[in-house]
Ligand binder design. Structure first.
Ligand SMILES: Nc1nc2c(ncn2[C@@H]2O[C@H](COP(=O)(O)OP(=O)(O)OP(=O)(O)O)[C@@H](O)[C@H]2O)c(=O)[nH]1
Length: 376
């Protein structure tokens, strides 16, 4: 099969249309907090317009098939970049790329009607797209994570920058050709790379959004929505995994059960909303008293569980004292709490046994007058 530029441009149009449908569907159905999807969906729509206009060269006026076609392509890339910025929680981007698009339109009008030059048009357009993709790549390298979808988009952008620079170099050595529709191997390779880029950038956007939804669902399934601590199932699972590890390596964790004192009175006196705010404050304070590998989970109501991996009894007691102190710092939402703490007792110890000891120690702390820690 002979892949001439016109067939490849038709293919780019077809792929853009397919990708636009998928991304528009995602934009409609994904949670609105997945930002950037509307821009990512608009990009293939613009690329579709661009492909239709490029493909109509010879049948429609040059204002459409050259000037507008190139601008739609450039604008699609700019809109895609703004989508990435929104997705990663950044604003801006419009002023710069709006001016670039306007400048590029004027240059294209000039080089099409006033002093026609295909080579100069190719050179300027390649440079503008290089700058645009370069800014996008730099942004993703600075602000993106190391996950596969971000890496994919980065690689696609980097490869396309190479293609654009090669195209720019071809102008310098006088081998730009005289029209994009020339069935030369070079034009075919350029348009082919463009088709792949359109496809892979859209796939990148789909993977990024899907991965974000998966992460958010995972968070919802494992965290308490009020305090953003782990929920009971998640913290229990981590405790069990820690005990399995302890059996293998011989170093065990400590577990603390924390219960806010007289919390019913807090609710009854100041209202349920104030009670909620106290719980949120308590969770934030407690987290700040813990190391990054420690885990805080809501065991139920106003009762919480802390897992302290590889921690002996004196160290656990020290952490408990730090929590008591942090919650007596004079903040309006400060509260008092009782803590039952227990440490791993060796190979035969189980999670159920540890929880029972922590619970009994907590009961002791309540019985002895609250606002203190007891060990079990
Ligand atoms: N505001 C708020 N209150 C909650 C939440 N979950 C549980 N509670 C309240 O926590 C209170 C717990 O009361 P109790 O079990 O009697 O314990 P207490 O008043 O803290 O007394 P001691 O534990 O003996 O010190 C109840 O009034 C629950 O309604 C919540 O998510 N938000």
């Amino acid at each position: 099969m002979q892949l001439d530029p016109r067939s490849l441009i038709a293919m780019a149009g077809f792929m853009s249309a397919m990708m636009a449908v998928v991304l528009l569907f995602m934009r409609r159905n994904y949670p609105p907090n997945i930002r950037g999807l509307d821009y990512w969906a608009a990009a293939p729509v613009l690329w579709l317009v661009s492909a239709v206009l490029f493909g109509s060269r010879g049948e429609l006026p040059q204002s459409l098939t050259v000037v507008l076609a190139n601008q739609a392509l450039l604008l699609g890339a700019a809109v895609y970049y703004i989508g990435s910025r929104r997705f990663l929680g950044h604003g801006g981007g419009w002023a710069l790329w709006g001016s670039v698009a306007v400048a590029s339109t004027l240059v294209h009008i000039w080089l099409t009607y006033v002093t026609p030059s295909y080579a100069l048009r190719v050179a300027i357009f390649s440079l503008l797209m290089t700058v645009l993709y370069g800014a996008h790549l730099r942004f993703l390298l600075r602000h993106g994570d190391k996950g596969f979808p971000i890496r994919l988009v980065q690689v696609v952008l980097a490869l396309h920058i190479l293609v654009l620079l090669t195209r720019f170099a071809s102008v310098l050595v006088g081998r730009a050709g005289s029209d994009i529709m020339e069935p030369s191997p070079f034009q075919t390779a350029y348009v082919g790379a463009y088709v792949l880029t359109v496809l892979m950038l859209s796939i990148g956007a789909i993977l990024l959004a899907t991965d974000r939804v998966r992460t958010e669902l995972e968070h919802l399934a494992t965290h308490d929505s009020l305090t953003q601590t782990l929920n009971r199932r998640a913290v229990m699972q981590l405790c069990q995994e820690e005990l399995d590890r302890a059996r293998r390596y011989g170093h065990g964790p400590s577990i603390m059960m924390l219960d806010l004192d007289n919390f019913k009175a807090v609710n009854d006196t100041h209202g349920h909303q104030h009670g909620d705010a106290v719980l949120v404050h308590f969770a934030a304070c407690t987290k700040s008293a813990l190391r990054s590998e420690d885990r805080l989970g809501r065991y139920g109501g106003e009762e919480f569980l802390v897992l302290l991996p590889d921690t002996d009894a004196p160290a656990a007691h020290h952490v408990a004292q730090r929590i008591h102190a942090l919650l007596q710092a004079g903040h309006p939402l400060d509260c008092q709490l009782s803590i039952g703490v227990t440490s791993w007792q060796g190979q035969t110890d189980t999670l159920d046994a540890m929880l029972a000891r922590a619970d009994a120690a907590l009961y002791q702390a309540k019985k002895r007058g609250r606002n203190q820690t007891c060990a079990g």
